[in-house]
Design a protein around this ligand. Structure first.
Ligand code: ACO
Ligand code: BUA
Length: 444
């Protein structure tokens, strides 16, 4: 029934991007949703266009747009969340980061942001005229509502994913269809879990009870925990997360997840965005236990916290002695983004029996090869606060876990120093005294 409309809208990528005008803002989407042929076709127009702003994120492959205009004279790349590739671009001044609280992005698009064109890679159309957004749903429906022009690039390898709402677009809302053939999906492999990741995960594991609802963040540690849960005696777990990662597949395959204890979307694995390896994408294909939702549904603390015993597990880069958390920059160098971390830190604490865990190895190696503590007296100059100290609940390193809720500043300092690397504890105590967050009677 919709085949004729589909055929009428089918054009080449070069034809479709003629709709882009100088001065436009283009929502170019995230990770696996970034359209390959449209990227190349837009790059071919580089000389004709000026002041075109791209909004994208988690770029996993080279982009022809960026390569065509390395100095950003024609296109400006703005990222909602930096992949390793975008990190370098931002640090070289070739791209910009958009600070976000991820749950708010659909509303920003509806109420605040100019969006002229949406260019998105989708799954093939079904017999009802719908294109599934595939493995990432995020904020796309909101962007499409606002756009002058909607261009979909069909990737035969993009799976159609079961969802709640706003996880697909109807042909009637699409202006141009570009057939992309088989394009595969870009992978985001996690670093293999280190011994430190495993140790940290071992402190979190006993805090998870049967029937808990799990959110895992990005990085090696969350995946290590996923594997540990898979090998544990835990049962009847649920999943309500922003990002679906490989670690969840291990938990499901091991029979740990059935969602029967969830208060919201009972029985379903709720997520908004997936990035991982082929193992994850295969798991997602036609999987009726999945429910993909827009990010204002998955991440809004009022929704996520409706699930009792919501356990949120995320990583950070540094923390100061009063509990302020930086998860996105190293000093003033942007490393990734706030993403949905604060959303889930708040949601987990608001959930009955819920807990949030901010995990970090106690040290890192700096560019000069020196070992540095990630627990600091003061934040590094320029570091961005992702979670304010009032929101932080449990903090975990390979030396233990502490609960910061309700602690005074000196108690926080004491707790955090107790899980710092032993080589840095004396120095941190000295800093705490200097900063007057260590009571004299506790100074020894
Ligand atoms: C809510 C959901 O469902 S989705 C996920 C939630 N979203 C978030 O948590 C967003 C913010 N979090 C993140 O982006 C990630 O979890 C991170 C960046 C905090 C951690 O990711 P990881 O891959 O584990 O990072 P890792 O600890 O290896 O550090 C990355 C780099 O920073 C360096 N680094 C770490 N700490 C510091 C520090 N304090 N200062 C300077 N550099 C540092 C590391 O040495 C490493 O450098 P390299 O890339 O040259 O090796
Ligand atoms: C990479 C996904 C965004 C986030 O960190 O929440």
């Amino acid at each position: 029934m919709y085949i004729e409309e589909y055929r009428n809208k089918c054009v080449s990528a070069d034809e479709a991007v003629k709709a882009v005008r100088s001065g436009d803002w283009i929502e170019f989407c995230w990770a696996a949703s970034i359209a390959c042929l449209l990227d190349e076709a837009l790059a071919r127009r580089v000389k004709e266009l000026n002041d075109v702003n791209i909004r994208a994120a988690v770029l996993l492959k080279p982009s022809a747009i960026l390569e065509s205009d390395p100095t950003g004279e024609h296109f400006t790349w703005n990222s909602w969340h930096l992949s390793g590739r975008e990190r370098k671009l931002v640090q070289n001044g070739q791209a910009y980061y958009i600070p976000i609280k991820y749950s708010e992005v659909p509303r920003w698009l509806r109420e605040n942001l100019q969006t002229d064109v949406v260019a998105i890679q989708v799954a093939p159309m079904d017999k009802h005229g719908y294109f599934s957004f595939g493995v990432t749903v995020s904020h796309y429906a909101a962007a499409i509502e606002k756009a002058r022009v909607v261009i979909v690039e069909v990737n035969e390898d993009m799976p159609s994913i079961h969802g709640g709402y706003d996880h697909m677009v109807h042909i009637s809302k699409v202006d141009y269809v570009v057939e992309g053939g088989h394009r595969g999906l870009p992978e985001l492999p996690s670093a293999p879990a280190s011994e430190i990741d495993k140790k940290i995960a071992s402190y979190v594991l006993p805090e998870i009870m049967d029937g808990a609802c799990i959110q895992l963040g990005i990085g090696g540690m969350p995946n290590a925990l996923g594997q540990m849960i898979a090998e544990s005696d835990l049962k009847d777990l649920g999943i309500h997360t922003e990002m679906l990662v490989d670690g969840f597949v291990d938990m499901v395959v091991a029979g740990k997840v059935n969602g029967t204890c969830k208060q919201l979307d009972r029985g379903r694995i709720v997520f908004s965005f997936a990035a991982g390896t082929q193992k994850l994408y295969e798991f997602m294909k036609n999987n009726p236990s999945l429910a993909a939702y827009p990010v204002d549904y998955t991440n809004h603390p009022c929704n996520a916290s409706r699930n009792d015993h919501l356990i949120s597990i995320n990583s950070c880069l540094e923390i100061d002695l009063t509990g302020q958390v930086c998860s996105e920059s190293a000093g003033s160098n942007m490393m990734s983004g706030s993403g949905g971390q604060l959303d889930f830190v708040e949601a987990a604490y608001n959930s009955k029996g819920g807990k949030s865990f901010i995990c970090l190895p106690s040290t890192y190696i700096d560019k000069q090869g020196q070992v540095k503590s990630r627990i600091k007296g003061l934040m590094t100059w320029g570091s961005v606060i992702t979670d304010t100290r009032t929101t932080v609940h449990f903090v975990v390193t390979e030396f233990g876990k502490v609960n910061l809720k309700g602690l005074s500043t000196w108690q926080r300092a004491e707790a955090l120093i107790s899980i710092a690397h032993p080589d840095f504890r004396e120095e941190l105590i000295a800093q705490a005294k200097k900063l007057r967050i260590w009571r004299q009677c506790h100074s020894g």
